[in-house]
Design a protein. Sequence first.
Length: 306
Amino acid sequence: MDRETVISVRDVRIRYKVIKAEGVKKSLFSLKKSRLSEIEAVKGVSFDVPKGQIVGLVGKNGSGKSTMLRSIAGIFSADEGSIDIGDHTISLLSIGVGFNNQLSGKENIYLSGLLLGFSKEQIDARYDEIVEFSGLDKFINMPVRTYSSGMYSKLAFSITAVMETDIILIDEVLSVGDMQFKKKSFRKMRELISNQDRTVIIVSHSNETVRKLCDRIIWLNDGEIMMDGETEEVLAAYEEYMDGSDAEHTVNSKKAAKEEQLMRMVEEEDREAQQAEKEQSGETEQPGEKEQSGAADGERRETETA
């Protein structure tokens, strides 16, 4: 039986009005009105996401990825077309979105929770967990405008992670804050998206991140869908396309490398912790198991290379 459709995007177009750049002196002394130009960031995009699917959204800078996420979250309105998420709760994890800087961290927790569709009683029940996860207990009653970017990011992530909406949209912030919090947040996000009832769309510069986490990839290019399908098939085409790019690819590759390094660190620490737990419980590898495991890994690598 087909899974329930949780997100339905139909022929969506989103346009921006921008002021055409002019020299400062000319702008100050010109009596003419500023000239406006229109940019179409999303051009007739349509797709459906079934319940429990993890979708990666890839594309070069300016392809419309973040605009698409903000539209699904309800921050932007489509100029044409429709976006339907039914009665599902939804949250967007994106740096710089969602807080009132004049309010305290505590007040923003409640404001954000209410905007996500939760009752005050539901937020009360999760409040202590949010504060504990963020590590901001000493600062939670201070105005958010006094927070560093790292503190801001920690609070934003903690609200999204702990409140656990039906749909989670992640915009290039799989890891935030200091290294300890980055590891904790990555583990929490991995736990959240492993829930088969939760629907997730991820925007990331790291192909390895979406390769490991996503069931499906949608490739956007200049506001249009270039490909939509199985992870490996779409990523192969996208990587070939991006190999021909210049400076932008280099900048994004640096961001991706940091994210991939974090992912490797977390996975290695988890393996070591699991091994230590086995040793403490008396579970040890039988003779030959390690060699067999290594041989199997070698076979997998050879298959992947072929």
